[in-house]
Design a protein around this ligand. Structure first.
Ligand SMILES: Cc1cc2nc3c(=O)[nH]c(=O)nc-3n(C[C@H](O)[C@H](O)[C@H](O)COP(=O)(O)OP(=O)(O)OC[C@H]3O[C@@H](n4cnc5c(N)ncnc54)[C@H](O)[C@@H]3O)c2cc1C
Length: 395
């Protein structure tokens, strides 16, 4: 069937239907704006997102946004695991820094939800509405913008135009490159190996972050007797562990965890993520903006990538919706500049703070080991620091 020229013309083209692109499209869904959502993956994969190992620790602010979008109630209760506290361990020291949810309010620090369930819920919301138009199974291979608008070409040759293009196509965003926006890309040479395990000991819904010698292990509490284990190692070591049989792999995990969770069995397949952090030099260009990991790709250790992405999409969507309601330009350069400034200010401390923490806690130098031991003890004796961390998560 032939398409009219107007079929290829939109107010906004969103590139990437990851959790942030989907939430941005959902945020705009009730407006009159004509939106296209372009995604490289096939529609069936979007409609049935596979488990990818990631358990996303959602802050209360993120839960509020998901609730406003209608996605929170779609996520089954059995996939929501409360996080009641966290402890941080250093090497073989028996000392642990504890961060707990204040008892008085009875609320957890945050809630862990599998990434695939977040994607699934947001996709259902997007499908329920007339907008956006979903163009799946096509990658963006060219994008040009000027102050007048954006033109985007897809891998099947289709050409789309819009007043604004918004890139949400991952931390290595091809659209960001096509727009000529540079980024600090930091490949850490380490990878994260993730799997779910069933274990003997109770986790009491407390997460553990253990900066051990030559490895970092995070244990995230899920259902009763089930945790997600995240093992960070040099990428070559992760490749070696991936080749192990299940039996050998579990034995190796139990040894590396030094029996902290007791006997373990595998409860999922294994997933790996090479660790790359990114910070785009600009979060906007004429008639273009970046959201989610395309703007800021956080190290997962502080569990804030999606939380920042969700808040970034809301900031941009709110500005666009206000401009559209007031009959103003939805790609107004001052508006995009304001979005960039707010995101930079709110995310820079977390991004740089996380990177500093990673450097301090992955160094094997004696000075670094002593410094991190001192830092944990210092934080434990200053309730303001622990309460600050707890308040930040509960914001
Ligand atoms: C191991 C791990 C654990 C994490 N844990 C947490 C946590 O606890 N809390 C938290 O807040 N965050 C966490 N994060 C971060 C979080 O997963 C990311 O911030 C989030 O997925 C970013 O979403 P996004 O939509 O911006 O990008 P992505 O999820 O990367 O999605 C990008 C989408 O764009 C599509 N795409 C790419 N290129 C193109 C193209 N050219 N054309 C069309 N489509 C394209 C892709 O197919 C994909 O669907 C974790 C990350 C990792 C790796």
């Amino acid at each position: 069937m032939l398409m009219a020229e107007s079929d290829y013309s939109f107010d906004i083209i969103v590139v990437g239907a990851g959790p942030v692109g989907l939430s941005f499209a959902a945020s705009l869904a009730q407006s009159k704006l004509k939106v296209a959502l372009v995604e490289a993956q096939a529609l069936e994969r979007l409609a049935n997102p596979a488990f990818d190992g990631r358990e996303i620790a959602l802050t209360h602010a993120s839960i509020r946004i998901l609730r406003e979008l209608g996605a929170w109630d779609i996520i089954p209760a059995s996939d929501k695991s409360p996080l009641r506290g966290a402890r941080v361990l250093n090497g073989s020291s028996g000392f642990a820094l504890r961060v707990d949810a204040p008892r008085a309010c009875g609320e957890p620090l945050g809630i862990l939800v599998p990434n695939c369930r977040i994607r699934d819920a947001l996709f259902k919301i997007v499908r329920m509405r007339d907008q956006p138009e979903l163009l799946c199974g096509h990658s963006v291979i060219d994008a040009t913008t000027s102050h007048k608008g954006a033109v985007v070409r897809l891998s099947d040759g289709m050409q789309l135009s819009a007043r604004l293009v918004v890139a949400a196509d991952s931390r290595l965003s091809p659209t960001r490159d096509l727009l000529g926006i540079g980024a600090d890309i930091n490949r850490l040479g380490h990878s994260m190996l993730i799997c779910r395990v069933r274990h003997e000991r109770d986790h009491h819904h407390v997460a553990t972050e253990w900066f051990d010698h030559h490895q970092t292990i995070a244990m995230l509490p899920l259902g009763e007797g089930v945790s997600s284990l995240l093992l960070t190692l040099p990428s070559s070591d992760v490749d070696r562990l991936l080749a192990f049989s299940d039996e050998l792999f579990v034995r190796e995990l139990t040894k590396r965890c030094r029996g902290r969770l007791g006997e373990m069995t595998l409860a999922s397949n294994r997933h790996t993520y090479p660790l790359v952090t990114t910070w785009a030099h600009e979060f906007r260009a004429p008639s273009a903006a970046l959201i989610g990991d395309a703007a800021i790709g956080m190290h997962p250790v502080t569990a804030h990538g999606f939380n920042i992405g969700l808040s970034s999409q809301k900031q941009l969507a709110d500005a666009i919706l206000t401009a559209s309601r007031d009959g103003r330009d939805i790609a107004d350069p001052d508006m995009l500049h304001g979005y960039e400034r707010r995101l930079r200010l709110s995310a820079a401390p977390l991004y740089h703070g996380t990177n500093m923490l990673v450097r301090l806690y992955s160094s094997e130098r004696l000075t670094a080991r002593l410094a991190r031991h001192a830092a944990l003890r210092f934080a434990q004796h200053f309730p303001l620091i622990r309460h600050g961390i707890s308040a930040m998560l509960k914001r």
